[in-house]
Ligand binder design. Structure first.
Ligand code: MN
Length: 340
């Protein structure tokens, strides 16, 4: 599904803007960071001032992508985010389908930048088009980064020539494609390989990027993964598996941000498992991650039962119940979901 509104206005909006703010989504992942940083480098390259704001910090293994001084986190420095947004004359939202997906920042937007021009570049279902002045939304791409790559190539001044994009810009874009496809195991389209081929030919060091993204975890993360697989993986019906991860377990394994990244995909490598869930306890809520194979629509599941959404085969949400109630809750919702 493709929705394009006013894309022809994007270039002149960027050209006439003095201060641009780029938004990453809540609980940022590689695609969120890659697309935000890719946009930042593009804007810097054409002499535009921009700043990235994100509700909270990203997994440590992605820190290397963030240029010094480019980014503020609302959870750590709310006033820097508020000042940037208050001074902005253009807001760009990437890898999210509505302003509300920027988490705590969405309140800042509605209080101090409600009338400011807003641009959406995204690949999630159901874009909230009413939030934005320019919408470039396409669900038939691997990632927001792949879509951003196509959008940047169409910009006047780039005109289809990837050499006009800096190495930093294309490296950030490749990082988002690598992570959102889980190293080309899901959401890969013919266009994805074409993009990746061009990015690599442009000079992206794929091997070192792979090492930074997928081979930089800690020993404690590997121990936690072993524990989760051995003691915490549970099966419902023949095709559903799930894990829970409590605050106490996080503490016992010296959990740091990003340590459970990718865990939710692990049960899908079991032959008959078609749907997988990870419920991670946080302060005040349970973070839900869902993955599926084939026609099982976990976007629908997240939307119906978990206050969230995303894509057909990868989605997430939040629950506001104690972790102890999650197994019973999930079992009953899985029954209801598969009975329809
Ligand atoms: Mn994405």
């Amino acid at each position: 599904m493709r929705v394009t509104i006013n894309e022809d206005k994007l270039h002149s909006l960027i050209c006439s803007a003095g201060n641009i703010v780029i938004f990453g989504h809540e609980n940022p992942d590689g695609d969120s960071i890659g697309s935000a940083v890719g946009m930042y480098h593009y804007l810097t390259g054409i002499g535009k001032k921009s700043h990235i704001v994100i509700a909270s910090r990203l997994p440590d293994n992605l820190d290397f992508l963030i240029p010094e001084g480019s980014t503020s986190y609302y959870s750590e420095d709310a006033s820097a985010c508020e000042q940037a947004i208050a001074a902005a004359d253009l807001l760009i939202f990437l890898d999210m389908n509505g302003v509300d997906r920027s988490g705590a920042l969405s309140k800042v937007v509605s209080s101090s930048a409600a009338g400011v021009c807003k641009v959406l570049i995204d690949h999630h279902l159901n874009p909230k088009v009413e939030d934005f002045d320019v919408v470039i939304s396409d669900t038939e791409v691997s990632s927001a980064c792949e879509l951003l790559y196509e959008v940047l190539l169409r910009q006047s001044g780039v005109d289809g020539d990837i050499q006009k994009l800096s190495l930093e810009c294309v490296t950030a874009i490749m990082a988002g494609i690598l992570t959102d496809t889980n190293n080309f195991s899901n959401s890969v389209y013919p266009s994805t390989y074409l993009a990746v081929s061009a990015l690599q030919a442009r000079g992206v060091d794929r091997d070192s990027l792979y090492d930074s993204v997928f081979r930089s975890y800690s020993k404690s993360r590997m121990r936690l993964m072993g524990y989760m697989l051995k003691d915490n993986m549970r099966f419902l019906s023949p095709c559903v598996a799930y894990f829970t991860l409590s605050l106490a377990e996080k503490e016992a394994y010296g959990f740091v941000r990003g340590d459970s990244e990718g865990f939710v995909n692990l049960p899908l490598s079991i032959k008959d498992i078609q749907m997988s869930a990870l419920f991670t306890e946080d302060v005040g809520y349970i973070k839900v991650s869902l993955r599926s194979k084939g026609n099982i629509d976990v976007n629908d599941f997240a939307h119906r039962y978990c206050n969230g959404g995303g894509h057909k085969n990868a989605s997430g949400g939040k629950l506001y119940i104690p972790l102890a109630q999650v197994p019973g809750f999930f079992e009953s919702k899985v029954k209801e979901f598969f009975a329809q």
